[in-house]
Design a protein around this ligand. Structure first.
Ligand code: ADP
Length: 209
């Protein structure tokens, strides 16, 4: 089974691309969803976050207050690293378990939507990712879309962008780059075509059921 790692930068259009792939039947797993599951009530992940960062990060209903946690690690690289060292291993395990399930189900290819693919080193040898697809935009477009989507001012948006690898550096190491400077429909067309080409390459027969 071919494993595609879909990535990009914040607000570059990854979710838009992942939705398009799902809409044509591609199996897609999102690490943001898995990361939320890793700190759900009752998990070892949540217990570790609370023992590391304090009980005041728990909401009255026992769920993690993600906004408060975000504020707690904001501007504190050491705290961010500690948080990542708690969350990344279970997310990685859950991704590998999901891929095993897809393999057993007979999927010829599967997509992992991993916003921080490069930052966590999944472009390096030994990774479970076979092909890296990057959704890319120009810096000005990224800033504008991030400000509009998350209601941030230019400084806040630029700070969030600066936490990640520059998009150009990601695009330079990708197997495929989708430029998202046109309409969302243009992006969808590009990724759906890439998915069809992938299925052809891996010799998957179209399913008729
Ligand atoms: P990501 O998942 O990479 O953070 P999104 O897919 O959420 O990015 O896209 C970021 C924002 O930009 C969203 O509000 C989305 O609706 C919008 N967007 C995405 N692609 C385009 C496009 N081609 N034209 C205009 N807006 C877009």
């Amino acid at each position: 089974m071919r494993v595609i790692g879909l990535t990009g930068g914040i607000a570059s259009g990854k979710s838009t691309a992942a939705d398009a792939l799902e809409s044509v039947g591609a199996p897609v797993v999102g690490s943001d969803v898995l990361a939320r599951a890793a700190v759900a009530p009752g998990t070892g992940g949540l217990a570790e976050v609370v023992s590391t960062f304090g009980r005041d990060l728990l909401r009255p209903d026992g769920c993690l207050d993600r906004e408060a946690l975000g504020r707690r690690v904001w501007g504190d690289p050491e705290a961010r690293r500690r948080l990542e060292s708690i969350i990344h291993p279970p997310v990685r395990d859950a991704t590998i378990a999901w891929l095993a399930q897809r393999r057993r189900a007979g999927s010829a290819a599967a997509v992992c939507d991993i916003p921080l693919l490069f930052e966590v080193g999944l472009h390096l040898a030994g990774s479970f990712v076979d092909r890296i697809w990057v959704v890319s935009v120009q810096p000005g477009t990224q800033l504008r879309r991030l400000m509009a989507r998350d209601g941030l001012d230019a400084r806040e948006a630029a700070e969030r962008i600066a936490l990640q690898w520059p998009l150009a550096a990601k695009a330079a190491q990708a197997h495929r780059v989708f430029e998202n400077e046109g309409t969302p429909q243009d992006l969808r067309r590009q990724v759906v075509l890439a998915w069809a080409q992938t299925l052809e390459e891996v010799g998957d027969r179209p399913r008729t059921h």
